[in-house]
Design a protein around this ligand. Structure first.
Ligand SMILES: [Zn+2]
Length: 70
């Protein structure tokens, strides 16, 4: 199962983006801004976990496009 993390910093539209932790993202946040979400079977599960921390969370358009909904 892949690991995921959420950006502690919000995007200009107020959303916190969830990224997959496998070095595939071309636009990852700084390491210091990554809040680990642990391992998840899919990005939907990772975004659900992120929403417990940040209700406005969404998948990164680049590394988890299946979970990018806005
Ligand atoms: Zn990403």
């Amino acid at each position: 199962m892949p690991s995921y993390y959420v950006n502690r910093n919000q995007q200009p539209d107020g959303f916190h983006e969830v990224h997959i932790d496998d070095h595939s993202c071309p636009f990852p946040p700084e390491y210091a801004n990554r809040a680990p979400l642990g391992q998840h079977p899919n990005c939907q599960s990772a975004v659900a976990a992120a929403k417990r921390q940040y209700p406005k969370s969404d998948g990164c358009a680049y590394c988890v496009p299946n979970c990018h909904t806005r």
